[in-house]
Design a protein around this ligand. Structure first.
Ligand SMILES: [Fe+2]
Ligand SMILES: [Fe+2]
Length: 542
């Protein structure tokens, strides 16, 4: 489609479209509204007043961002509607003197609220270049869900709002999907990896790249959210307060800066609750997923939060309170990681499995959207995960006062040390070949790890050679030298024959040449082997 054809199809015109409310300061007194026009328009302002009051209109002049996209060139206007009265229905329009939107309505928030509900949804991305991304299904699901849950005061997303953020094809689709929703309740987007993804040619899918500073996301939304994120990473990162909750919304680039910002922000925060949103899950559920960017680089900041909402996996999971490689039972003992699942009939590419850190996993493989209500009531927070057909998949209550999460589900504490791979139990192959501690050194059975992962183990007299992720290591009984692609490497302790007559090697030494590293969960008594690759080892069949 040429730019001219696009202009008549989804291009901007002098009539405002893509109207979306958002929150910067106390929503009892102010809301921000965003819209798009073509570049012929001379000005932009919002007019608002108490609904049906007949009062004079209040006017909020907009700031404007001119942005040339791959398909179009437009003005993006942002007007802060200030001086609102709390808990009041307003009517408003946006546009210029000559060309205005229809009237829409919103309700300002109540004052000093400690009891409210919001809607969470993630990975609402859909569609591709041809036919141009169509978010009609999202719109239908949101409208239906909100009509059944009118208590939802705003929407918070877990990222991947678009399937490919570096094109107007997707953003026009997304805003089409938010029509009838975003004009009346605020939408707080967080960034996902698809939101800063682009192609040199979107229509052929050639030249994939990531825009580190999320060019489209930032230009489309630069006036919608507070510019209070880490310097240089604003818009993708921002914070806001709603009632007794402080929210930190994090992007997907600039991890060091994000962590420092989140950590300092959490320290300075006196709200009852601290919620963060970060697209990539810490307590992931996919068999092969890696989260090396997120963990441990955001650990310090995330661990200061009560709940971290995430997405990316298109599948729901809720963790035990986690802190410092420990899985606990009480909200005071750690952060609950809450993975929001598939928000637009797009179940996961990975087949999720129960992971040791998740109290609840839902193997979401049907084409049904998942939506969540988060109800904060003083020091209690109730999270409910729904499928669009109304079924409830999970409901939990985090009760700060009584320091308890219900339904009661204590984290595992093993009496014999277990071995996990990416949080997944190795099962039968380690029933009698569990890790062993010798002279203060943790040992594992390399053969068992290969049996589980699909790596290769070749056993010969007094030797085991393992191959996985394109690397190999060979261990020799009673020798503290292992053979790797880099030659012989000294180990901290020798290879020993231990349980079931199997050769065992120190965990750290085993991991080093094989693109792995261990996490020790001392409180729970297990080791999880992590890897920075999402490759699926498959043995060669000659
Ligand atoms: Fe996604
Ligand atoms: Fe993602």
């Amino acid at each position: 489609m040429t730019r001219e054809e696009w202009k008549n199809f989804r291009g901007s015109s002098e009539t405002p479209d893509q109207i979306m409310l958002s929150i910067k300061t106390d929503p009892a007194y102010a809301l921000t509204v965003r819209w798009r026009t073509d570049v012929s328009v001379k000005e932009g302002f919002a007019l608002y007043r108490k609904k049906g009051s007949g009062e004079a209109w209040q006017r909020a002049d907009a700031s404007v961002n001119r942005f040339r996209t791959d398909m179009d060139e437009s003005f993006y206007f942002f007007a802060d509607m200030k001086g609102l009265s709390p808990d009041t229905e307003y009517e408003y329009s946006v546009g210029s003197e000559e060309c205005r939107s229809p009237l829409y309505t919103f309700r300002s928030a109540r004052e000093n609220i400690t009891d409210f509900t919001f809607l969470c949804v993630s990975d609402i991305q859909t569609g591709s270049a041809e036919p141009p991304a169509d978010y009609t299904a999202l719109r239908e699901v949101l409208l239906k869900f909100l009509s059944g849950h009118p208590e939802c005061e705003f929407i918070l997303t877990g990222g991947d709002n678009t399937n490919c953020g570096q094109t107007d094809v997707q953003w026009t689709g997304l805003f089409g999907g938010l029509k009838g929703v975003a004009e009346r309740i605020p939408v707080m987007f967080s960034m996902g990896n698809h939101d800063d993804m682009g192609f040199a040619d979107y229509y052929t899918g050639e030249g994939k790249y990531y825009s580190e500073h999320a060019e489209y996301f930032t230009n489309m939304l630069c006036g919608s959210y507070n510019k209070n994120g880490p310097e240089g990473w604003e818009t993708a990162n921002y914070a806001f307060d709603y009632g007794n909750v402080h929210f930190n919304v994090l992007g997907t680039s600039g991890y060091e800066e994000m962590n420092a910002w989140l950590s300092a922000d959490a320290d300075a925060c006196s709200k009852t609750w601290k919620f963060a949103v970060h697209h990539f899950p810490v307590c992931y559920a996919g068999p092969t997923i890696e989260n090396e960017d997120t963990w441990p680089s955001l650990r310090e900041g995330l661990e200061k939060c009560d709940i971290v909402f995430s997405g990316h996996e298109h599948s729901f999971a809720r963790s035990y309170p986690r802190r410092d490689e420990g899985l606990y039972d009480k909200p005071s003992e750690g952060t609950v990681h809450y993975n929001l699942g598939s928000g637009n009939r797009n179940p996961p590419g990975t087949r999720v499995v129960p992971k040791v850190w998740n109290a609840k996993t839902y193997e979401h493989e049907t084409d049904l959207s998942m939506l969540h209500t988060v109800h904060v009531s003083g020091d209690k927070c109730t999270l409910t995960a729904y499928l669009e057909d109304g079924r409830i998949i999970d409901r939990c209550v985090i009760d700060k006062k009584n320091d308890i999460i219900t339904p009661i589900d204590p984290a595992p504490r093993y009496n014999r040390p277990r071995l996990k791979f990416k949080g997944y139990d190795l099962g039968m192959c380690t029933e009698h070949t569990l890790p062993v501690q010798k002279n203060g050194v943790w040992y594992l059975c390399p053969g068992a790890v290969m049996s589980f992962t699909g790596g290769t183990a070749v056993r010969s007299a007094g030797k085991i050679r393992v191959e996985i992720y394109g690397r190999f290591a060979e261990f020799t009984e009673n020798s503290d030298v292992m053979l790797t692609a880099d030659g012989g490497q000294k180990m901290r302790a020798p290879c020993l024959r231990l349980n079931e007559g199997q050769l065992y090697v120190p965990v750290d030494d085993f991991c080093r040449p094989l693109r792995m590293h261990p996490l020790y969960f001392a409180h729970n008594n297990f080791i999880s082997i992590e890897s920075e690759t999402e490759a699926r080892p498959v043995p060669v069949q000659p």
